[in-house]
Ligand binder design. Structure first.
Ligand SMILES: Cc1cc2nc3c(=O)[nH]c(=O)nc-3n(C[C@H](O)[C@H](O)[C@H](O)COP(=O)(O)OP(=O)(O)OC[C@H]3O[C@@H](n4cnc5c(N)ncnc54)[C@H](O)[C@@H]3O)c2cc1C
Length: 389
């Protein structure tokens, strides 16, 4: 749903200008140094990038799913690390509070997340609980008005720099699956909470990822998201459902960028006396990439509109994540092919996006997990219909 087309087009224009003029020239530097300059982060705060999805009453822009997706198509046309710096706050790191938080949690944290004064993160994954997140071993044991948390989270985006951690822990030992898990809001300075140094990664340099270590962290009950004890996994799923549409839209931007880069190179690179863009085999790689990027864009937009209309898009969100991330991987692979040997060396745009895009098929549900989810929903819904037409 688009609320005001003129206002949105001004926002998209501002975002495009910032990305093109202030982030694009720094892509190679950020990939090499593994850090986004603080001056750029401050500009992100100044132009409101941290608060796009947070409701207006709490200092954000309150963008609808469709509006946010359109912004994501723009911001993801530069190295993914730029978007990852503010993307947690306007996605997975605020969504649990937006969806299920109490009024006082919203008042306390959302304005700080929206302004970028706080950086948030979402700490679900553990060494033995990846795709099966309900196997988490982090425990929260009740002690009067408090809980004591112990465990270790891994692969957490922004953990090394985060100020606020949404931590998922088991609170009911009698339960084994999704029930009995609780979401806690833990602040950085809480005794017992530490984070590891950031990992060395294949790609997305400049987007720090690390462990969260919880060593007898004492947390008051009022830090439970929405005070919903034992219902934290449902909160996580709400956040992840929206995030899957977000992430799908963030796979479209790199594809658009790479298609543009492929076309530019195909025009200028000459072999056998002609530009390589004159060869139909090269044209096919460009045509296939553009067709698939359009298809992903259309699917993401349709799903975002349905979500804004209040329709359950659990299955469609999985379809978006699966199709767009696989599409982005194929486009990045073709971009390497079009750039030829040049793309095997550091400093080449296709090489960088190829590394950066690989993780899209892994996090927020691997492709296999989304395939299983789509199959489950498809078979359930069709079984209920009973008749073929
Ligand atoms: C850069 C990065 C950032 C991340 N950021 C965060 C974050 O901020 N917060 C957070 O909580 N997590 C984060 N993660 C974790 C991410 O969500 C997990 O890596 C992901 O869910 C997969 O879990 P896993 O790595 O343990 O793989 P596994 O679950 O061990 O999977 C290994 C393989 O087995 C397959 N597999 C597993 N189960 C099945 C099945 N039932 N059917 C078929 N195939 C199956 C998988 O598809 C995969 O191919 C991040 C990961 C990365 C790499």
């Amino acid at each position: 749903m688009i609320r005001d087309r003129d206002q949105l087009s001004r926002l998209l224009n501002d975002v495009r200008t910032f990305i093109r003029d202030e982030c694009l020239p720094l892509e190679e530097q950020v990939d090499r140094d593994g850090a986004i300059p603080e001056s750029v982060v401050q500009r992100m705060r100044d132009i409101g990038l941290f608060g796009h999805s947070i409701p207006e009453e709490f200092g954000g822009a309150g963008l609808t799913t469709e509006e946010l997706v359109l912004v994501n198509f723009e911001v993801s046309q530069v190295s993914t690390a730029f978007r990852a710096r503010f993307g947690g706050n306007t996605g997975i790191a605020s969504e649990s509070i937006v969806a299920d938080g109490t009024e006082s949690q919203k008042v306390k944290f959302l304005p700080l997340l929206a302004s970028g004064k706080l950086t948030g993160c979402f700490a679900l994954t553990e060494p033995d609980a990846g795709s099966d997140a309900t196997a988490l071993k982090t425990r929260a044991v009740a002690d009067g008005e408090h809980f004591v948390l112990a465990g270790r989270k891994c692969f957490i985006t922004n953990a090394p720099i985060a100020d606020l951690f949404t931590v998922f822990a088991r609170t009911d030992e009698r339960e084994r699956g999704a029930d009995g898990i609780t979401a806690f809001l833990v602040e950085r300075n809480t005794p017992g909470l530490t984070t590891s140094p950031e990992y060395e990664k294949m790609g997305q340099h400049g987007s720090p990822v690390g462990d969260v270590i919880l060593d007898r962290v004492r947390i008051h009950r009022d830090s439970i998201v929405g005070e919903l004890e034992n219902a934290g996994f449902r909160t996580a799923m709400k956040a992840l459902n929206k995030q899957r549409i977000n992430l799908a839209s963030l796979c479209v931007g790199p594809a658009i960028r790479l298609i543009r880069e492929m076309v530019g190179y195909a025009h200028t690179r000459k072999q056998f006396g002609k530009s390589i863009g004159e060869y139909q085999l090269v044209q096919q790689m460009i045509a296939d990439s553009n067709t698939e990027a359009h298809a992903a864009r259309a699917l993401v937009l349709e799903t975002s509109r349905k979500r804004d209309a209040g329709i359950d898009v659990t299955m469609e969100a999985s379809m978006c994540k699966l199709f767009a991330s696989e599409m982005c991987g194929r486009v990045a692979d073709r971009a390497v092919q079009v750039f030829g040997g040049n793309a095997f060396f550091r400093g080449n745009v296709a090489e960088r996006f190829y590394r950066d895009a690989r993780v899209f098929r892994l996090y927020e549900g691997t492709s296999q997990i989304h395939i299983a989810n789509i199959a489950k929903h498809t078979m359930l819904s069709m079984r209920e219909m009973h008749v073929p037409f």
